[in-house]
Design a protein around this ligand. Structure first.
Ligand code: BG6
Length: 498
């Protein structure tokens, strides 16, 4: 337990993220006593009294937590302040400063402050600049004596947490990074991609490096191809205004899907440190080859009825489905395609990574089993839901002959450990940021690499006027997506469906 208090300033405190993810995460961390005390400074544009805001948060919490501990909630309420203010208004920052100074005074110490940008990205620049102008980004002032000792209280006492999307293309991502790094040092910046906080994504490393059997075959000698699916059954819902300017490629491929690809394809880190692990992940992103044939390597789709959704341009060409083939140019993955597919309004919500092994080789003319008689072994890592791992194996059919048939070996998290033990990604990420562990956060060079790839695809689409294929909701996307993988002699696969 970390009993030291912290100040958490959340911009966008009345937004969706706060209600669905951040309040439950804070509550659970406090309940488990992972954090001693959070002084929440909630900044929002809605006109609410403190008591209105607390009711609003309580209602949000009720939707996510089965039984609220009322005594704990009373304590949490005491530590909440709500500032109604515009992000460009200096008064907002003056009000934050007063609350921060009050906390420092009360504890007679420099209370660490965390600034969380949970607003739509259009506000990032304004808030960052205002944090700098108001001096809030500097944290506590370092005395001369401390400076001589090489201590910098400012850096140690202030951190910034920022949600994806980090930019809208390579150039906007770079200007955001430039601004961020002109105000904060890298060790103060926590860029959140919540997929990295998922227990099952972290388990990929455990599976691979804690078991002698996987890593030796985790390469092009044994693996034919890899598939990563991030399928959603919902449409864009109330997020039309945001989504229509973004599309599937920017919304989830540039970040969540490339991070999953990186965790799957990375080399073993040199050390168990945040830097080594991030280095290994980012090396992968830097080695994904640019897509030079957008037409042959990608499919864009839009679900039927999208144009009738709320806040969507009636002639929108935004893709709600993406499929793509990527190659990782490292000796380990030489020639192994990574197929990515994602979409809204697909048949079910499922995220899965599957490694498709090569079929057994025949020695000379002798084939114990002919390639046509066997199916590939497939290792499926089910990221969500029904978190677990399955391995497709060929086994002998019972009887006197020697015929083989596919079967599944299965590991299920909930059965093995109970369904409630895994921390939610935001619990994990919030706690890691408070502890100063950057392992599971995106880094500027990785963001640059992934935006380079995505921007290349966006430009190629625009240049070639790439067609937008239509698909019916509740299916697996456009027919063109099946044709796309079939022309390589492969088929889309989901372990959960096989
Ligand atoms: C978000 C995207 O980053 O991830 C959403 O903006 C998407 O469009 C969501 O729905 C998916 O996250 P999860 O954890 O529900 O798979």
């Amino acid at each position: 337990m970390n009993s030291s208090p912290i100040i958490l300033v959340i911009f966008g405190a009345t937004g969706d993220l706060m209600q669905r993810k951040l309040v439950p995460a804070m509550y659970r961390l406090l309940k488990r006593k992972d954090i001693g005390r959070i002084h929440l400074v909630a900044v929002g544009r809605r006109s609410l009294s403190k008591s209105d805001f607390c009711t609003f948060l309580y209602d949000a919490l009720k939707k996510n937590v089965l039984q609220i501990d009322e005594i704990l909630w009373k304590q949490i309420e005491e530590d909440i302040s709500y500032i109604e203010g515009h992000f460009e208004d200096e008064k907002t920052y003056a009000a934050i400063k007063i609350l921060v100074a009050k906390a420092d005074d009360a504890y007679k110490a420099c209370v660490p402050r965390y600034f969380y940008l949970a607003t739509p990205p259009v506000h990032y620049e304004t808030i960052l600049k205002k944090l700098a102008e108001s001096g809030l980004s500097e944290g506590c002032v370092t005395s001369n004596i401390q400076q001589k000792r090489g201590e910098n209280i400012g850096i140690n006492s202030t951190k910034i947490l920022i949600e994806k999307p980090f930019g809208n293309d390579l150039s906007t991502a770079r200007s955001l990074e430039k601004l961020l790094s002109s105000i904060f040092q890298e060790q103060q910046i926590y860029r959140i991609d919540h997929y990295l906080g998922k227990e099952t994504v972290q388990n990929i490393l455990a599976l691979r490096f804690a078991n002698g059997i996987f890593d030796p075959t985790w390469n092009s000698e044994f693996i034919d191809h890899v598939q990563i699916a991030l399928a959603e059954s919902d449409g864009v819902g109330d997020r039309g205004a945001f989504y229509d300017g973004v599309g599937a490629l920017r919304d989830v491929v540039q970040n969540h899907m490339f991070e999953m690809l990186a965790v799957t394809a990375m080399e073993q880190p040199h050390a168990f440190t945040a830097d080594s692990i991030r280095d290994a992940r980012i090396e992968v992103l830097k080695h994904i080859l640019p897509v030079d044939d957008a037409m042959g390597q990608t499919v864009r789709g839009q679900y039927q009825g999208y144009l009738l959704e709320k806040q969507i341009a009636r002639d929108s060409k935004t893709e709600t489905f993406f499929a793509g083939k990527f190659l990782v140019d490292t000796p380990r993955w030489n020639g192994v395609p990574f197929y990515l597919r994602t979409g809204k309004k697909l048949k079910t919500k499922v995220t899965e990574i599957s490694l498709h092994y090569k079929k057994p080789v025949c020695t000379g003319d002798v084939c114990f089993f002919r390639p046509d008689d066997v199916m590939r072994n497939v290792l499926s890592l089910r990221i969500q839901p029904d978190e677990g791992i399955t391995l497709r194996l060929m086994v002998k059919e019972p009887g006197f002959g020697m015929r083989v048939t596919p079967t599944k070996m299965e590991f299920c998290y909930a059965q093995a450990f109970g369904s409630t033990v895994s921390p939610e990604p935001y619990e994990r990420l919030l706690l890691d940021a408070l502890r100063g562990d950057q392992t599971l956060f995106a880094r500027t060079d990785g963001i640059d690499a992934s935006w380079s790839l995505v921007t290349g695809i966006l430009n190629a689409w625009e240049f070639s006027n790439q067609s937008l294929c239509s698909y019916k909701g509740g299916t697996w996307g456009p027919k063109e997506s099946d044709d796309f993988i079939q022309k390589d002699g492969r088929a889309w696969f989901l372990g959960s469906e096989a």
